[in-house]
Design a protein around this ligand. Structure first.
Ligand SMILES: C[S@@+](CC[C@H](N)C(=O)[O-])C[C@H]1O[C@@H](n2cnc3c(N)ncnc32)[C@H](O)[C@@H]1O
Length: 215
């Protein structure tokens, strides 16, 4: 729920790492290590919305070859400093997730990673991006995503939205942007040609989903 304030943090990238630790109640490091665990040496990896490059650095240390995309020049410049030790294995590009259809060929990556980005997309954008992820993954490739998900059942969902609303309004006043917890996340991923192989909850509606491209 606290991720509702993410847009406020993003407007001040130099404070992002500190802020996200607080919003995630200290869980962000564990979450990113869990995501990086899927990467093997030599894997070609795409990270969508790399932010300040923490996860990219971890994947680089594991020997992955990572292409990182993000919309924000400020985030990318912080990431550039952070991945210095593994810079020969990390390619940072200013690119929108909405451009991956023209930028990457079919079967380009072993793994696609993305944390706390899909909740920033509109529903039709999210479906488009997941569909493209399936296209650009190699056979049996993995999509590993972490984000804020909505409760599945109606009453908890309504209650959750009600609790979140005042925070969403204050974030909107400060940034003119909002994030939205993802509804039916697993179903959307399955519909795009994946099998879910792992779903892990970190509390406060934060979920990691690991999905494998179907034949
Ligand atoms: C909340 S931050 C998450 C950063 C990092 N993945 C993390 O977990 O700390 C969201 C990031 O996604 C980027 N972003 C948002 N929409 C995007 C889009 N359509 N394409 C690429 N990057 C995007 C933002 O610039 C920001 O760096």
């Amino acid at each position: 729920m606290s991720y509702v304030f993410m847009k406020v943090l993003e407007s001040s990238p130099e404070r992002y790492d500190f802020g996200i630790k607080i919003l995630s109640l200290g869980r962000i490091n564990k979450i990113m290590h869990d995501m990086a665990d899927s990467v093997r040496s030599g894997d070609s990896v795409l990270e969508i919305g790399c932010g300040t490059g923490t996860l990219a650095g971890m994947c680089g240390e594991k020997g992955g070859m990572i292409t990182c995309i993000d919309l924000s020049d400020k985030m990318l410049s912080i990431a550039r400093r952070k991945i210095e030790r593994v810079k020969e294995r990390v390619d940072l590009r200013r690119l929108s997730a909405m451009e991956i259809d023209t930028e990457f060929e079919d079967h380009s990556f072993d793994i696609i990673l993305s944390s706390l980005v899909f909740s920033e997309l509109e529903d039709d954008e999210l479906r488009f991006v997941i569909h493209q992820c399936c296209r650009i993954l190699k056979k049996d490739g993995y999509l590993v995503v972490v984000d804020e998900v909505e409760p599945d059942n109606l009453i908890p969902r309504v209650f959750y939205r009600g609790l979140r609303l005042p925070m969403a309004i204050s974030t909107y006043i400060l940034t003119q942007r909002i994030t939205r917890p993802i509804k039916d996340f697993k179903e959307k991923i399955k519909e795009s040609g994946f099998n879910i192989v792992e779903a892990k909850n970190y509390g406060f509606r934060t979920q990691l989903i690991k999905a494998q491209k179907r034949d």
